[in-house]
Ligand binder design. Structure first.
Ligand SMILES: Nc1ncnc2c1ncn2[C@@H]1O[C@H](COP(=O)(O)OP(=O)(O)OP(=O)(O)O)[C@@H](O)[C@H]1O
Ligand SMILES: [Mg+2]
Length: 252
């Protein structure tokens, strides 16, 4: 598929903005309308990584995004996670029009509502397990004692109390990812995003993470994961397939 395209056609924009459906729909956590992401590759030429993404995700859903390498899966996840701002289209998170927010407002929304799990864990090497778990709480208005209680609760729930004073390099991959998931959910996000969360793990460690995701979803957390594994995808409720930046299956 030819992904190079001249800059956006204004008549197309006019057609899209005529969509008069309400901005928020009951029970939906996420609504994307005509989201596109491109990189400039020369004068007036763009390489489109995501094309015309229309997507609705209900509160409490567990969605797996699949597709070949380079299809745009991580790109989509980073837009949903509000890490990336250089896209066009509309993104409603609950009642909030993310596309109208200023960078600082998006960061606040992200810190309060979204947890992110990375394939490479992305723990802070110079901080202990305890300190890594405390970081997301420092962005929120918790007292010192509330923070201590939340960290203790997570250590207990994930059975890593004995590891609390160790540094990430002193943990196995599976243990690091447990800390990664604990860090992502410690502040009680509405949405958990995970980009190939078991990609670096042995199958039994991966299963443990997937069982954990299933449990979190059963408790009501909305989860969107990127995975190359059919088995991991089967833990979710539905699959969205991406190809060359287009949703080819699973679109609502
Ligand atoms: N900064 C960038 N500049 C130009 N192109 C980029 C940039 N970042 C990503 N891309 C391109 O965007 C496309 C989608 O990348 P993305 O990381 O979303 O793929 P992916 O589906 O997550 O692949 P994988 O399964 O390998 O992780 C790729 O073709 C990639 O080269
Ligand atoms: Mg990726």
């Amino acid at each position: 598929m030819n992904m190079l395209k001249k800059s956006r056609d204004s008549t197309l924009d006019a057609t899209r903005s005529s969509d008069s459906r309400p901005c928020t729909v009951d029970g939906l956590l996420i609504r994307l309308r005509c989201v596109e992401r491109s990189y400039s590759v020369g004068r007036s030429q763009f390489f489109y990584v995501l094309r015309d993404i229309i997507l609705e995700i209900a509160e409490g859903d567990f969605v797996s995004i699949m597709g070949p390498s380079g299809a745009g899966k991580s790109t989509l996840l980073h837009i949903l996670g509000m890490h990336d701002h250089a896209w066009s289209g509309e993104y409603f998170f609950g009642e909030t029009a993310v596309h109208h927010l200023k960078p600082k407002e998006r960061a606040t929304l992200r810190n309060e509502q979204i947890g992110f799990v990375f394939q490479q864990y992305h723990l802070l090497d110079d901080l202990t397990v305890y300190e890594n778990l405390d970081i997301p709480l420092s962005y929120r208005r918790y007292s010192k004692s509330e923070r201590a209680a939340l960290v203790a609760g997570m250590l207990d729930r994930f059975q890593i109390v004995a590891k609390k004073d160790l540094y990430p390099r002193q943990l196995s991959g599976g243990q690091q990812q447990l800390v990664g998931v604990a860090r992502a959910i410690i502040a009680g996000p509405r949405l958990l995003l995970a980009d190939e969360p078991t990609g670096n793990l042995h199958s039994s460690q991966g299963e443990k993470i997937m069982e954990l995701f299933r449990k979190l979803n059963n408790e009501g957390m909305t989860i969107i994961q990127v995975t190359h594994s059919e088995k991991n995808a089967s833990y979710g409720k539905r699959v969205i397939q991406l190809r060359d930046g287009w949703i080819v299956k699973g679109e609502q």
